[in-house]
Design a protein around this ligand. Structure first.
Ligand SMILES: NC(=O)c1ccc[n+]([C@@H]2O[C@H](COP(=O)([O-])OP(=O)(O)OC[C@H]3O[C@@H](n4cnc5c(N)ncnc54)[C@H](O)[C@@H]3O)[C@@H](O)[C@H]2O)c1
Length: 253
């Protein structure tokens, strides 16, 4: 019987790509997101392509009851859960400001929504995996959890790499290690995947500046992450535990 994976942030840029890829690899999926309209559209489009082995679930990663009911829905639908991919990207209205414009309240709110959401989903699913023979958890982190931003690539754009993001993603990478170690002996693996930047309509000047820091392609397509994600969530990485797998075309070298 194929494995059942719960994918959070499933209706977003990377989540949509992971969904289709994992369905082509015969996983059964619980597509979970706070944006139920986007989830419905995604589900219709997947079903039209013949990918029926999925359900959608509206949930809020920052609300414990909602995360618990996501787990219950997954078990009700498929009778088991084998993996969790944490992939949400909550941000408040002020998110994206440059360093000296970030207020204390906004900083803490973004950390709380994003890192807090990863923590809550990890906590609820880790307990289930501990009590039910194991599981694989993969946290989508980022290169900016490991290295400081190269600010020069943002020059002449309206973009920056927000300070909260660096803090959140380094937190996600260490949360991964903490959970992996804490769950020793319970057959629960916890790893993170750290993508480089993903192409999503950024200006050409930025794409070029970013590309000059990489080895071949530059910014990646979400599709470029899929093989690494499937490796981490599957048994093929059976003894990979507590690790961060960077997929960034050499940006962090
Ligand atoms: N896009 C990139 O360049 C990039 C690069 C590296 C890492 N990442 C990481 O990949 C992950 C996905 O990013 P993305 O670019 O697909 O983002 P996205 O904004 O396109 O998708 C994120 C999804 O999370 C959902 N979400 C937000 N708050 C939620 C909540 N409280 N509960 C449930 N769902 C919630 C949103 O509705 C959205 O569908 C994020 O963790 C992001 O940090 C993205």
């Amino acid at each position: 019987m194929s494995k059942v994976i719960v994918l959070t942030g499933a209706a977003g840029l990377i989540g949509r790509t992971f969904s289709e890829y994992l369905l082509t690899k015969d996983y059964r999926l619980v597509l979970a997101d706070i944006n139920v309209d986007a989830l419905r559209q995604q589900s219709e489009s997947l079903s039209l392509k013949g990918f029926s082995q999925h359900i959608i679930c509206e949930f809020d990663a920052t609300d414990k009851l909602s995360v618990e009911s996501l787990l219950v829905s997954a078990i009700d639908a498929f009778g088991q859960v084998n993996g969790l991919i944490n992939n949400i990207y909550p941000r408040n209205r002020e998110y994206g400001r440059s360093l000296f414009e970030v207020s204390y309240d906004s900083f803490t709110e973004n950390v709380s929504l994003n890192l807090g959401g990863y923590f809550l989903c990890s906590q609820v699913f880790a307990k289930h995996f501990m009590d039910h023979g194991g599981g694989s958890m993969v946290n989508v982190a980022s290169i900016y959890g490991s290295v400081a931003p190269k600010f020069e690539i943002y020059q002449n754009t309206h973009m920056t790499m927000p300070v909260e993001y660096s803090v959140i993603k380094s937190g996600v990478i260490h949360l991964t290690r903490y959970f992996a170690r804490y769950l020793a002996g319970h057959e629960v693996r916890v790893n993170s995947l750290s993508p480089g930047g993903i192409i999503d309509g950024q200006p050409d000047s930025f794409l070029q500046a970013y590309r000059s820091k990489t080895l071949n392609k530059g910014m990646l397509d979400a599709q470029d992450l899929c093989g690494a994600m499937e490796f981490l969530v599957s048994d093929r990485s059976e003894y990979v535990n507590g690790q961060d797998l960077i997929v960034d075309d050499g940006f962090t070298l």
